[in-house]
Design a protein around this ligand. Structure first.
Ligand code: PMP
Length: 388
């Protein structure tokens, strides 16, 4: 009897269940926002990356609808083969203006932007130094590129320097990869020190601003602005799907970099262009970010309020170091994290348990939005006080 070649799938799923690593998807109803309908009841939403509350904004919706009516639902092919829309270039110019870079290139997702840029920039003769907590898209981009990859301990600048001293001369090009805001922790990369090392050892530096765009820096340009590094030579990547409330990703940088990526990034060349609706919604979002700085101010007022309540009322919980709207409470096991997530949901709070293999230690992840009201944050803290 031949062995069923798919039998291992069930065994593998059983192992995932036994480790409390099994994931299932919850359905939400209605528009995204500070509260959402989840499994039949309204809950306060601390599970979204919609930091500025734009994903349900009337103006983004109107822009998406208008673009769909004018240009249709799909772009019908890759931009190189089937042509692009003026909207695509308008969005790229708007991203470049927000980021203060010469140009930008829009991809169908942030994940694809990372895969494509990394695979285009380095190859077999090159070296990648990558933070061990980097997002999956950076890690898989590194693998796809074929370069030698060294993962350095989280934010450990001494380790980066030592690797460069030992290894840099053995490779043609070197690319340092880092998230700017670490998505499952909420802390920031040591950008100025990384830039100094990149300059000293002649390396390229790619920073993933997915959770920083619209969130960090005075104008919401990201951690590059937050750290006073605007205008420095580096490769900025990000997503249109978090604070910008739409879908898609981008690379921002020099005209030469963008021109090169248009010719070499496989996940841009060989995939269909971003839909008119997503493009127009992201463009509307950038205009709002630039014209309504009060949203960003409100986001940070909310973060500060939550941090103050945590300090006063639930200081015994293990809050991981954070300088962003992402706050994580570490728990002893995946089972504990699942229990806490369920407890919070029963109390009307949607905040996910994050478990291995996504992170090394289990936790509850809270992400704050500009559109949360003080009462939402009060309820979160009251629930946390009794949950863990
Ligand atoms: N980078 C980071 C740090 C992320 O958190 C994410 C999304 N989870 C991405 C990249 C991918 O972005 P997108 O959702 O647009 O593919």
């Amino acid at each position: 009897m031949p062995i069923d070649p798919y039998a291992w799938l069930e065994q593998s799923l059983a192992t995932i269940h036994r480790a409390d690593w099994y994931r299932s998807v919850k359905t939400i109803y209605g528009r995204p926002g500070a509260t959402v309908f989840l499994e039949g009841r309204e809950v306060i939403n601390f599970a979204s990356n919609d930091y500025l509350g734009l994903a349900g904004d009337e103006r983004l919706i109107a822009a998406g609808v208008a673009a769909t009516k004018e240009f249709g639902t799909g772009t019908t092919g890759s931009r190189l083969l089937s042509g692009q829309r003026e909207l695509h270039r308008k969005l790229e110019k708007a991203i470049a203006s927000l980021k203060q870079t010469e140009d930008a290139l829009v991809f169908s997702s942030g994940y694809l932007a990372n895969l494509g840029a990394i695979a285009a920039l380095v190859g077999k003769r090159d070296l990648i130094l990558s933070d061990q907590y980097n997002h999956s898209s950076l890690k898989n981009g590194a693998i796809l590129s074929g370069a030698a990859v060294i993962e350095y301990p989280h934010c450990d600048i001494t380790s980066v320097k030592n690797h460069l001293i030992e290894q840099r001369q053995n490779y043609r090009r070197c690319l340092i990869l880092t998230d700017s805001v670490f998505s499952m922790d909420g802390d920031l990369c040591p950008l100025p020190a990384l830039l100094d090392l990149a300059e000293e050892f002649s390396c390229m530096l790619l920073i993933d601003e997915a959770h920083a765009t619209g969130v960090m820096g005075k104008t919401g340009a990201g951690c590059v602005e937050y750290f006073g590094c605007t205008g420095k030579q580096l490769i900025q990547i990000g997503t249109l799907s978090k604070a910008l409330g739409s879908l898609g990703g981008y690379v921002a940088g020099s005209t030469t970099l963008i021109d090169f990526l248009r010719n070499r990034a496989p996940t841009w060349i060989y995939t269909t262009g971003l839909s008119p609706a997503d493009t127009a919604a992201a463009l509307a979002a950038i205009e709002i970010v630039q014209q309504e700085p009060q949203r960003l101010t409100q986001l940070w007022t909310n973060v500060d309020y939550l941090k103050q309540l945590i300090q006063e009322q639930i200081f015994e919980l293990n809050l991981l170091p954070s300088e962003s709207p992402i706050l994580c409470f570490q728990l002893s096991s995946a089972a504990e994290a699942l229990k806490a997530g369920q407890y919070l949901r029963d109390a009307g709070i949607f905040a996910p348990a994050i478990r291995p293999p996504t992170v090394p230690t289990s936790r509850i992840r809270i992400s704050v939005m500009a559109t949360h009201e003080a009462m939402h944050i009060d309820k979160l803290v009251a629930a946390l006080r009794t949950s863990v």
